[in-house]
Design a protein around this ligand. Structure first.
Ligand code: UDP
Length: 378
């Protein structure tokens, strides 16, 4: 790609909280090079959760498409992104677009780029579960994006191997580490300088000082229904222990809230919270003994903090944490969740084996590497 402009124009686009967490370090790194005209376009496919990260990072989008609607369907959202992001491309005429991961924004923005022959760089490329319905629709979102992209920033060697197995040109694949570690280190540095930046977690640490904290999140679409009910049942039983406290920032999706609020209200040792700002969330993971989650990004963050992760899913596209022994798949069957959490709580040697701080997902320099590679391709 050779640009006619003084500086190539790079559009960075994203629409959800995890994408924003993993892309703000990339935006900073691109800007730091001084080589690009960087524009941030957000689809805001999730509104409030995205805004919380934008304000934390001090990132003001150049264009905010504000596409979220109540009870949005996948096809309705996809069609809005295609039309509106396409219009954004027509007005901004970028030399390259960078997308992240596996959301509808990722896939559909890539498609709009393809229709205009704008090259796409895919950050966090090559994650695969091998099952197109788990995670759904993310597995297909990332596969389609991979077909379109000409630069694939694989977070790990495993992800790079998955891309090579799909016949992606070796020269187009770059193992960079995951930018989530850049974001996590940024957050930890800020918290170390000023613990008051975690105002929601400080009082809970004091309230639960004599207890062992289990941090919980659950929001995966494929866990809606029976999965959520199973998780709620497991948490009720874990909360029966005198030595445990559960901190659970609830994802606002109604499929989560309608199950969890009634099931988990009224327990002294369960704190059900609204979604936390990222610094509070990092402080919560830091204060916890075990992390129970069905999230993708948290599987990458918790091992870096030395926290064992029990993954409440049947598959994962992030096998590195499992291979390293810091994460374990437990599904959503309450008996399995309780058995594994109890094992970690009651068997110090098992806990220590999982708690070794280990960083399979990066060293905090992924964004800088990505910026250098984009510069080389411009
Ligand atoms: N996160 C946060 N506040 C919360 C829950 C999660 O800041 O209340 C962060 C978390 O640290 C991680 C990201 O959001 O970086 C994960 O997002 P989510 O679980 O929504 O999505 P996934 O990673 O599964 O795509």
């Amino acid at each position: 790609m050779k640009s006619e402009r003084a500086k190539p124009r790079i559009v960075v686009t994203f629409g959800t909280r995890p994408e924003a967490i993993k892309m703000f370090p990339v935006v900073f790194a691109l800007r730091e090079t001084g080589l690009f005209d960087v524009r941030v376009v957000v689809t805001a496919q999730h509104r409030e959760l995205l805004d919380s990260v934008l304000s934390l990072a001090g990132l003001i989008p150049d264009l905010d498409l504000d596409l979220m609607l109540p009870n949005q369907s996948l096809d309705g959202l996809a069609s809005r992104i295609l039309t509106r992001f396409g219009e954004a491309l027509d007005s901004l005429r970028p030399d390259r677009v960078l997308v992240h991961g596996d959301t509808l924004t990722t896939m559909i923005a890539s498609l709009a780029c393809y229709f205009r022959r704008v090259p796409v760089g895919h950050v966090e490329a090559g994650l695969r579960s091998g099952d197109i319905y788990s995670p759904w629709p993310e597995e297909v979102n990332r596969k389609v994006t991979g077909v379109i992209a000409d630069l694939h920033f694989a977070p790990t060697e495993t992800a790079a191997a998955a891309l090579r197995a799909e016949n992606v040109a070796h020269s187009a694949i770059h193992v960079t580490g995951n930018t989530v570690i850049d974001a996590l280190l940024h957050a930890r540095n800020r918290l170390a300088a000023d613990p008051a930046l975690a105002p929601a977690i400080a009082p809970l640490k004091a309230r639960f000082a004599s207890r062992r904290i289990i941090a919980v999140t659950a929001h995966r679409r494929e866990n809606f229904g029976a999965g959520m009910a199973g998780i709620a049942q497991a948490l009720q039983q874990l909360a029966a222990r005198d030595d445990v406290a559960i901190i659970y920032p609830l994802h606002p999706n109604p499929n989560v809230v309608k199950v969890m609020r009634p099931a988990l209200a009224g327990y002294d040792n369960i704190a059900l919270l609204d979604p936390l700002d990222y610094l509070d969330f990092v402080a919560m993971m830091d204060a916890s003994e075990i992390v129970l989650t069905d999230s993708g990004g948290i599987q990458e963050e918790a091992p870096s903090l030395g926290k064992p992760v029990l993954v409440m899913r049947d598959t994962t596209e992030r096998p590195e944490g499992i291979a390293a022994g810091t994460a374990q798949l437990v599904g959503t069957d309450p008996a399995a969740i309780i058995a594994e959490a109890t094992r970690l709580l009651d068997r110090p040697e098992d806990y220590q084996a999982m708690a070794r701080a280990h960083n399979p997902y990066g060293d905090g320099t992924a964004s800088r590497r990505i910026a250098e590679i984009v510069a080389g391709a411009s």
